[in-house]
Structures are given as C-alpha cells and as structure tokens.
Design a protein around this ligand. Structure first.
Ligand SMILES: [Zn+2]
Length: 230
C-alpha cells in the first residue's frame, strides 16, 4: 500500500535565501550514492518522483542519502534559480565559474534565451554552500543529479551505473550534454574526484514519469542496482 507521508528521518542541512529548510535523509552507513533532486525550481517532477518512490517502499537502502529539494525557494517561486535569481547549477566554486549571466530556454525547441544569473562569486549562494557541505560530509561514491526534460543519462565516464540506467530507463547514455555548463555541480564534482551522473527525465507529465522513471528509482532505493553493489 502506498504511504501518504514520508516516514524517513530528515535532518536540516541549512536554510535557503528565504529561510526555507534544506533537508536530507542522510545515509546510515558509508554513502555509496547521494541523490539530489530539485536543484532547478522549474523541475518539480524530480522532487515529486523521488518522493513517490520513497513513499512506495517500506525503507531505504542504508548506503543511500537523499536531498529531496535542493532549491526550495525556486520551487515555491516557480523559477529555475533561487530567490536571488541565481542558477545554483552555475554557482558552484569551480575553476571555470563565469561572472556574466548565462541563459536557459523555456522551450527546448525554441531559441528564446532567458538570462539567468550565476551569483556574485563562485559558491556565493547559501543553497550552493549547503550542497557542497553535504557532499563533502557524506563523501558519496556517486552523485545522481536529477533534472528534466532533456531525456538522457549524462555520464562522462560511461560507468556501469550509467549503462545500467540507460538499460532500465530506455534513455540514451551520453558522455556530454552538448553545451557548456561553467560552475555546474558536475564540473565541481569532477574537480573534486567524485563521480556524478545526471539523470535528465524525459519531457513527460508527472503521471507518465510515475510509470516510467519512478519504478527505476524504487529499484535503486531498494538496493537492487549497481549503485549499491560495492
Ligand atoms: Zn535542470
């Protein structure tokens, strides 16, 4: 029977610009996998899918940690960035962080470029600091970063975990997303020797994702995937 509420032990990592708590379910033992959803407030399907997977299971594998919503202000405001208008996934303290605004698209088949800020400096935003701190504390073997709606598995090293995700989701595995992402969590993780896989959900409704992607999240959370086989 599906659970109506999350019965997991959440800890507060810190607070967003507007004071919303950013919480996580920490791994109970050495963290093999850290799942991060909702870094872009315009991608609530990632947070909802992780929540549905968790609520469909009696427990969570001990070596998995989860951040359900990395950008609660963006989710509440309906914006990609945080309350400062900063794209957190361009604000990480990387060697290639860029000061000038970047752009994003509201529709992936149109060229309308929406400017979005990168922050006053590398790692300037409280949410970015919280994510960096959580990753450094948990030292995950792999980070799984959830996004949408490009419909691919981006894994620079084409790992066995990435190949497994390709097989079970039916999404293509790519080594490069196809555009530059200065200041991204992926670049930061790479600079810090942490493997990261970006799971871009396809451009489907939340109900469709519940049938196509949530069952894969459930298998991972049960411990039935290469993410927890070490
Ligand atoms: Zn995204």
């Amino acid at each position: 029977m599906k659970q109506s509420r999350l019965n997991h032990r959440f800890e507060t990592l810190g607070h967003s610009v507007l004071g919303a708590p950013i919480t996580w379910i920490p791994a109970k033992e050495d963290c093999e996998l850290l799942v991060i959803a909702g870094i872009h407030g315009e991608e609530p399907e990632t947070t909802i899918s992780v929540s549905r997977a968790l609520r469909s299971l009696p427990g969570l594998h001990d070596s998995i940690g989860i951040i359900l919503c990395a950008n609660p202000d963006g989710l509440a405001l309906g914006t990609r960035g945080n309350a400062h208008g900063v794209d957190l996934n361009r604000n990480f303290p990387t060697a290639n962080w860029q000061e000038h605004p970047t752009t994003c698209r509201w529709h992936y088949d149109e060229n309308l470029a929406i400017p979005i800020l990168t922050g006053s400096g590398p790692g300037s935003e409280p949410e970015t600091k919280i994510l960096v701190n959580a990753i450094q504390r948990s030292k995950p073997f792999v980070i799984l970063s959830l996004h949408g709606p490009l419909g691919c598995i981006d894994d620079p090293v084409l790992s066995k975990e990435g190949r497994w995700l390709e097989k079970v989701t039916g999404l293509p595995l790519v080594a490069d997303i196809g555009y530059s992402t200065p200041g991204s969590m992926g670049t930061w993780a790479d600079e810090n020797g942490i493997d990261i896989i970006t799971w871009e959900f396809p451009c489907h409704s939340i109900e469709q994702l519940s049938r196509s992607q949530v069952p894969v999240l459930m298998e991972i959370f049960r411990g039935n995937s290469p993410f927890t086989s070490r």
